[in-house]
Design a protein around this ligand. Structure first.
Ligand SMILES: NC(=O)c1ccc[n+]([C@@H]2O[C@H](COP(=O)([O-])OP(=O)(O)OC[C@H]3O[C@@H](n4cnc5c(N)ncnc54)[C@H](OP(=O)(O)O)[C@@H]3O)[C@@H](O)[C@H]2O)c1
Length: 438
């Protein structure tokens, strides 16, 4: 570092769970950061909603409620955004990028809808746009996909990217609790927000899946194009059925390179978020509590797994600081980080064409001909059966069927038909299956 190195001045938008930790790390590690960047990194201002809220460790003189004014200040080089939400954050970040400020953000909802606009604004002025913390918190994932694997061809990204739902499903698996009880426990321990909708309905995971798919397949994918199912319908019976088969249930985000299908030649991208049974021997099955893990498959690299804390103030701040060092260094030495890479522009396969394997658990009368009749309904709907297990329990029996990959619509009509058969007492569980065949 030359003595005259001009400081890199940072506008911090938001000083809550993550922002407070960013302020702490910027202060505690000021000397190391300066050495890594080649110039001191200084806070120019901190935008918050409530100026008078007590914030121990945060310099009061830097606080402002004027985020719009802060992002365009002449003495600001980089804007770090940890407020969240789409508006007015989107507007502030577009303004910052258009003014030539580089942006680091943890905002998955924004990136999953408006990455195109933000990258275009960054391109217009040569600014950087980094967002490692938007997916899987502390886990270095986007940079490996964007940079380390830039020479490879990624075929699949599959992972657990939402800690709240993973905590709930882990609790259901460990204790046999129902969904509502496990959600209460997650709220009590601070793992679920007062309004858990974004997490439990899969919106948060869908945003992350869209970002992952966009980067992995060099194609713009938005959250609305992701097939999304949450965990609110997962029952204790589903979890017990999984356990009986040596499986567990996880909310998975799955991004795949697939055949376009129909009359379209070539490849497409399929992106889905839903609960699924996976074998207990699968590495993702051992990811419990609020942790995240993501599996990546690529032609040359083979299989890679990324694991760690997917949320929390300090872990998320770690990812933000990593990005901040990168963009600050780019300012000091000149040059830019990676831009949007959407050149492949693959079609996103329509949700209606989603096909997965299913596990169906039925309570049926224990008498001759039941299995054949059930199998006939599957055949009528062209849903092929991979495995069947029947266990008698005095007058009734448990019948478990695992299908080969089947379109959603065919599976739904099969189950509707079966539910109406006179000897079927109950459809106990219908759940997607991922991982190897039973
Ligand atoms: N928390 C995590 O574990 C985590 C993990 C990964 C990514 N993220 C992402 O990081 C971002 C921040 O999350 P967080 O948990 O730190 O949120 P948070 O604790 O709710 O903090 C939000 C901050 O933004 C400020 N703010 C809200 N509206 C504002 C406005 N209109 N103008 C100025 N400031 C405003 C708030 O000000 P006041 O302090 O005055 O209320 C607060 O300081 C979100 O995009 C989130 O998705 C969070």
């Amino acid at each position: 570092m030359t003595e005259a190195a001009k400081p890199i001045r940072v506008a911090l938008l938001g000083c809550g769970t993550v922002g407070t930790q960013i302020v702490r790390l910027l202060t505690e590690q000021a000397d190391d950061l300066a050495a890594r960047v080649g110039a001191p990194v200084e806070l120019a201002g901190i935008a918050v909603r409530r100026a008078n809220k007590p914030r121990p460790g945060v310099p009061a003189g830097l606080l402002t409620t004027d985020a719009a004014g802060l992002v365009t200040r002449d003495d600001v080089d980089v804007v770090v955004e940890v407020i969240g939400g789409i508006e007015p954050t989107r507007d502030w970040l577009l303004t910052a990028l258009k003014a030539g400020k580089s942006v680091v953000t943890a905002n998955k909802a924004l990136l999953a809808e408006h990455a195109g606009d933000l990258f275009a604004a960054a391109d217009a002025t040569g600014a950087d746009l980094y967002f490692e913390a938007a997916v899987a918190g502390a886990i270095p994932l986007l940079r490996p996909l964007r940079e380390s694997m830039a020479g490879d061809r990624i075929t699949r990204v599959m992972g657990i990217v939402n800690g709240t739902t993973n905590f709930i499903l882990s609790a259901m698996d460990e204790t046999g609790a129902g969904y509502a009880e496990a959600l209460d426990e997650a709220s009590r321990l601070g793992y679920a927000e007062a309004d858990p909708t974004a997490d439990v309905e899969g919106y948060d995971a869908a945003s992350k899946a869209a970002i992952l798919a966009s980067i992995a397949f060099h194609t713009r994918v938005t959250a609305g194009q992701v097939h999304r199912e949450g965990i609110t319908g997962v029952t204790a019976a589903d979890v017990a059925a999984a356990r009986a088969l040596g499986r567990t249930i996880k909310l998975l985000a799955i991004c795949e390179r697939v055949e376009a299908g129909g009359d379209r030649p070539g490849e497409a991208v399929a992106v889905r978020v839903h609960p699924a049974m996976i074998p207990r021997s699968h590495p993702l099955a051992g990811v419990n509590g609020a942790f995240n893990a993501v599996f990546v498959e690529a032609d040359a690299a083979g299989q890679l797994m990324f694991y760690g804390q997917g949320a929390g103030g300090a872990p998320t701040a770690s990812a933000v600081l990593g990005d901040l060092v990168a963009v600050a260094r780019n300012r000091v030495v000149g040059g830019r980080g990676p831009r949007e890479s959407a050149y492949a522009d693959l079609p996103v396969r329509p949700i209606a064409q989603a096909a997965t394997r299913y596990h169906i658990s039925l309570d049926v009368a224990d008498r001759a001909g039941v299995l054949a009749a059930v199998a006939a309904v599957f055949a009528q709907h062209e849903v092929s059966i991979a495995a069947v297990r029947q266990e008698g329990r005095s007058s009734d029996a448990s019948l478990v069927i695992v299908t080969h990959s089947a379109p959603d619509a065919a599976l739904r009509s099969t189950v509707d038909k079966i539910a109406g058969l006179p000897f079927v007492h109950d459809v106990v569980s219908v759940m997607r299956v991922e991982g190897e065949e039973l």
